[in-house]
Design a protein around this ligand. Sequence first.
Ligand SMILES: CC(C)(COP(=O)(O)OP(=O)(O)OC[C@H]1O[C@@H](n2cnc3c(N)ncnc32)[C@H](O)[C@@H]1OP(=O)(O)O)[C@@H](O)C(=O)NCCC(=O)NCCS
Length: 175
Amino acid sequence: VAHVLETSRLRLRELAARDLDFVASMLGDPEVMRHYPSVYTREQAEQWIERQRARYARDGHGLWLAEERESGAPLGQIGLLLQSVDGVDEPEVGYLLARRFWGRGFATEAAAAVRDHAFGALGKPRVISLIRPANLPSQAVAQRLGMRAERRTQWAGFEHLVYALARRPLPVTGP
Ligand SMILES: CC(C)(COP(=O)(O)OP(=O)(O)OC[C@H]1O[C@@H](n2cnc3c(N)ncnc32)[C@H](O)[C@@H]1OP(=O)(O)O)[C@@H](O)C(=O)NCCC(=O)NCCS
């Protein structure tokens, strides 16, 4: 399998149908899904993987699977998703970890690599994260990535904070 990105502890790769057991257990966990409308059934988890595969084909990116490099164990999903926010398409850095992997810096490590890839290879001028106001662990990740809360908006039927970070301008070189 081709890896999209690597960090010191993690590898990101495209999700595949064979990842269903892991994805279904993650999306079926009420703690992981606390800030989502509901937990997902196995069938909904299958559709989630299909939606990411449609994103890879359409946009070249989506939520990827994060694996621990050492063990190959799947930890979560981190990636870049094009989202329509107030009528504007914006690249969102998205992240979810299975509960047993919280508190070890994995989300920030993978999301920082996704942010740098978005600004670098993908040439995006800015990235956002859409986060429910009550989701403080997710806001802490966004802040560690250098994002700041820019505004509130209604998105997917719920109030969200729009965290945003612009790519640093290229240094101006003299003549
Ligand atoms: C959002 C989410 C990914 C954050 O997970 P997290 O483990 O808190 O975030 P990180 O992986 O960046 O880890 C940071 C924590 O690990 C600690 N840590 C331990 N070792 C570390 C290391 N080597 N490097 C960095 N941090 C480390 C940090 O101190 C911090 O702990 P704290 O929260 O007690 O301050 C997780 O809560 C989640 O999956 N939630 C459910 C899904 C969700 O809501 N996603 C966001 C939707 S907008």
